[in-house]
Design a protein around this ligand. Sequence first.
Ligand code: ZN
Length: 149
Amino acid sequence: MERIHVSTRSPQCMEDITAQVSDAVRRSGVEEGICHLFVTHTTAGLVINENDDPEVVRDLLEKLEALAPSDAAYHHLEGNSHSHIKSSLVGQSAAAPVAGGRLALGRWQAVFFAEFDGPREREVLLQVVAARATETPAEELSRERQAEP
Ligand code: ZN
């Protein structure tokens, strides 16, 4: 397991962590499998979406703010209930396929750390899980022949 360190820059933002995730996938040496990401925080989350136009992230943050306004009244007295709600809406985990030793994101996709109670020092746990090796037909035949009496 790896830990990706993220320094968020404002109270609510999305930090593009695609480069760090891609580097970790390469370091893992896994050719085929899945990259699982998990945020160990209750006021942050993970989002996989477009990074080409920054207005997409801006719209996401604005709509989340409309759903759970920072200045609304809440029962949780710590003052960050809106952050907990936004974190729950986007989720604490994300997964993406690993193919050919690389993170197989779509052309317009990026992995974002979603901060809802920053700025803070944060971390993301990352695990690259290899797919079980499959036999080629020739390997299967060879194994069966060796098993014959
Ligand atoms: Zn709280």
